[in-house]
Write a protein that binds this ligand. Structure first.
Ligand SMILES: Nc1nc2c(c(=O)[nH]1)N[C@@H](CNc1ccc(C(=O)N[C@@H](CCC(=O)N[C@@H](CCC(=O)N[C@@H](CCC(=O)O)C(=O)O)C(=O)O)C(=O)O)cc1)CN2
Ligand code: MET
Ligand SMILES: [Zn+2]
Length: 761
């Protein structure tokens, strides 16, 4: 298995014994690849399995075919450094918990797949694990629960099986595992853990399991293993850096193991680089798109550097000149180099070749996952011309945006809105979307294919709005929504109606589990050419006497969930989008819409991983939101919505958005957000979500009433709203109807309770 030594090859010491020299690291590699399937085959297979329409054997066969397809395709593209264990039935962090035997017992089922699905989706009345954002991406992982009692038990069946499967196809791979430090830093303490307990305190026990897993992979013949440690590109305490040193000193010191490649991504390692460099691992991966090489290369001497010069976070072709500059610096310093992607390609679509309708001049600038592999291979072969990037579409400087002024102070607005809207105490509402039925999606597909008359499509949408309004009236909700049936996605829909964006036909990227999005490509100057949502808002408001919220996506979120041109600062692009949203708010107002919600669920997502950069980001992000909303009159009530926020970190910024009403994720964390001091001083309307829409589970009246009472105790009088955590588009009508009926009943009960709640401190 190990190949002959080269002059650069590191030969680590261990316990007085020399390990066999590490095999050569391939000249070109990637850190990971999409897995949902070029045509979302895995999505369909998972959903069929969940619906009882396919059995486990069929699900497994789909996975096997997708893995084989990827290995074969990438071998054909000339990629020597292939990877395995990057496939997942749901999520790679949950897979890591399974690998370590650390999935909570309550989710244990008789097959690994059923255990994964129980933990990810909930089952038998059990709430699923919490789900949150993977660093600053739109991918979501399941948060492992680790306590003082958690027993770790190595279970390397999955990486072993994938490694063997590739070998059968004649493809030698490098198994990819989540690293021990990142695994523990992403975990949260179990409910019963004592105060002050940190999962990282279980490092030794976790390392015991890694030791066994690495031994098993070495036995199977794996020459290299990749350990992903993206958590090391965020600010880390001295204790966390010391734990990193301990972890890699120990794993590197094992006598029986594959060569170790520690991958970092989503930013620069900075102070963690010398820590890894001083450890006996053989290779270190650097994100050279978001980060750059250290000024002094001596620090990495003795390691292979896996140079992430091809971006895994955007869809643009690589600037070969810049990439080669970095590669040449390493080569000139005698550092052994492998050309790689900056992170896994999980975050980009499969293949540009599947797109037929993109403008030709744009296509020339694009690279999806398959094209990025070609770039990596070409750069490793010394090609200097492949990635010569054509000039960005608009060469001119963007037009300056007009200044905006703030709205009146909140008390003035609140009085005007109370007079206009006459809402009850503890108003009930939803977040915007109602279930996206198969009929709606099918109608949209037919419309796009030219097989459905546009007037007929509009009639289908109007009928759906009627049904959603009737249901809400019947359930007794106070502030209604039209249900967003006309939208394929809350970002793509707006992109399709704005200048400066292109959308793909098949550019799917996994967001969580079986759910995917097609991130639009923001390549030019963003401009609104006419009203976007007004037609449907007008229709909905004409059908009911109750207020119907106008529903818009905020500028930060539109940009965060798109692939964005790289030639302008992000803030400039976000402000352009904000100006477009501002126009739409004005048009809704002119139409007589009294409540406009501008969602900003990605506000937290774009928060820089390094604390030093956060204030600047929050300043311009908040300013962009205010550009979008500050044109509204005093008696127009502006709502905003955030979810998956880990909002604790951005509460001051949420306050600074100056929205009249904010709805926020809270159900999965059982109102934990309510004890935040920053929230208790929140002086405007607040709806802490009381229904976790990411689970099929229907909350009871008692449960919801408890949450509402807790909110009324925690927050200033008269400010609490009753609403779910997020939109209902991924749910079915049966559960939604029951859950909303309970929500209205709970709100009425709490509203009419005789005792006035007192604020406890
Ligand atoms: N962009 C984005 N990011 C987000 C969210 C979000 O809503 N949007 N929400 C949070 C959670 N993430 C989510 C991401 C995706 C979905 C989701 O439901 N996605 C849908 C696809 C939505 C879509 O684009 N639908 C299109 C295309 C639908 C489709 O599959 N059509 C069929 C054909 C129609 C048929 O016969 O079914 C096909 O192409 O094969 C439409 O409705 O028009 C899915 O995966 O199923 C939900 C939450 C955070 N990030
Ligand atoms: C991911 S946030 C979703 C907000 C949107 N208005 C909806 O209800 O679907
Ligand atoms: Zn949401």
């Amino acid at each position: 298995m190990p190949q002959p030594a080269t002059p650069h090859r590191p030969v680590p010491e261990s316990a007085g014994r020399r390990r066999v020299a590490a095999p050569e690291f391939p000249a070109a590699t990637i850190l990971g690849y999409p897995r949902i399937g070029p045509r979302r085959e895995l999505k369909r297979a998972m959903e069929a399995y969940w619906a009882g329409k396919a059995d486990l054997a069929q699900l497994r066969e789909t996975g096997r075919r997708l893995r084989a397809g990827t290995w074969t395709d990438l071998a054909g593209r000339g990629l020597a450094g292939q990877v395995s264990n990057t496939f997942s039935d749901y999520d790679q962090v949950l897979d890591a918990a399974l690998l370590l035997g650390a999935v909570p017992d309550r989710y244990r089922r008789s097959t690994p797949e059923d255990t994964v699905f129980a933990a990810a989706r909930g089952a038998d009345g059990l709430a699923p694990l919490r789900m949150t954002k993977w660093f600053d991406t739109n991918y979501h992982y399941l948060v492992p629960e680790i306590g003082p009692e958690t027993r770790f038990r190595a279970d390397p069946a999955k990486p072993l099986a994938e490694y063997a499967e590739a070998r059968e196809l004649g493809v030698e791979t490098r198994p990819v595992l989540l690293g021990p430090v990142t695994f523990l830093l992403l975990s949260e303490p179990t409910a019963g853990a004592p105060a002050g307990f940190t999962p990282l305190s279980r490092l030794d026990a976790v390392l015991d399991a890694y030791e066994q897993i690495l031994g098993a992979l070495a036995d199977a013949g794996a020459g290299w293993v990749q350990l992903d440690e993206p958590a090391l590109v965020a600010d880390r305490t001295p204790d966390e850096l010391a734990a990193t040193a301990t972890a890699y000193r120990r794993l590197g010191g094992l006598a029986h193991r594959p060569a170790l490649f520690v991958a970092s991504y989503f930013g620069a390692l900075r102070e963690a680089l010398p820590v890894l460099a001083a450890s006996p691992v053989e290779a270190i991966g650097l994100d050279l798109v978001r980060g750059e090489l250290p000024d002094e290369l001596d620090v990495v001497r003795g390691k292979v550097i896996v140079a992430g010069v091809v971006s895994g976070r955007d869809v643009w072709r690589t600037d070969a000149t810049r990439a080669n500059e970095q590669l040449d610096r390493l080569r000139a310093a005698g550092v052994p180099v492998s050309v790689s992607t900056s992170c896994s390609l999980l975050h980009v679509p499969y293949d540009l070749a599947a797109e037929t309708d993109l403008p030709a001049d744009l296509t020339g600038q694009l690279a999806f996952a398959a094209q990025k592999v070609d770039e990596v291979v070409a750069l490793a072969a010394g090609d200097t011309g492949t990635g010569t990037v054509p000039a960005p579409v608009p060469a001119a400087a963007p037009a300056a945006l007009p200044p905006v002024t703030d709205r009146s102070p909140y008390p003035v607005r609140a009085a005007a809105q109370a007079a206009r809207l006459a809402l009850p105490d503890l108003p009930t509402t939803t977040i915007g979307s109602f279930p996206q039925t198969g009929e709606l999606r099918a109608a949209r597909a037919e419309l796009a294919a030219g097989r459905l008359d546009p007037a007929r499509y509009d009639a289908i949408i109007e009928a759906e709005i009627d049904r959603v309004l009737a249901l809400q009236e019947q359930l007794g909700l106070d502030v209604l929504v039209h249900g967003e049936p006309e939208r394929n996605d809350m970002v793509q829909y707006f992109a399709e109606h704005l200048d400066g964006f292109a959308v793909t036909g098949n550019g799917w990227v996994q967001s969580y589990g079986s759910r995917c999005t097609r991130p639009p490509i923001l390549h030019g100057e963003v401009r609104r050419t006419g009203p976007i949502t007004v037609r449907w808002a007008r229709y909905a408001q004409s059908r009911t006497d109750r207020p119907v919220k106008g529903m818009l996506t905020g500028p930060v979120t539109i940009v965060a969930w798109s692939f964005v041109r790289g030639d302008l600062p992000l803030r400039t692009v976000v402000h352009q989008v904000a100006e477009a949203v501002r126009g739409e708010v004005a048009d809704l107002e002119a139409e007589g819409i009294g409540i406009v919600q501008v969602d900003e669920p990605a506000l937290r997502e774009l928060l820089p991983l390094r604390a030093a950069e956060r204030d600047d980001y929050l300043d311009w992000a908040v300013a962009a939101y205010r550009r979008a909303t500050s044109g509204a009159g005093d008696d127009t009530q502006i709502h905003t919505h955030l979810c998956y926020s880990d909002a604790d970190e951005v509460l001051a910024a949420i306050d600074a958005l100056d929205a009249d009403v904010t709805s926020i994720e809270s159900a999965r964390s059982h109102g934990r957000i309510l004890v935040e001091p920053a929230l208790r001083s929140f002086a405007r309307g607040l709806g802490p979500g009381v229904y976790d829409i990411h689970s099929q589970r229907v909350p009871s009246v008692v449960e919801i009433a408890d949450e509402l009472r807790a909110a009324r105790v925690a927050l200033p009088a008269g400010r609490v709203w009753a609403n779910p955590d997020c939109g209902l588009k991924t749910r079915g009508y049966a559960e939604v109807t029951e859950a909303l009926r309970n929500l209205v009943a709970a709100a009425r009960e709490v509203r009419h309770a005789a005792t006035v709640p007192v604020r406890r401190d």
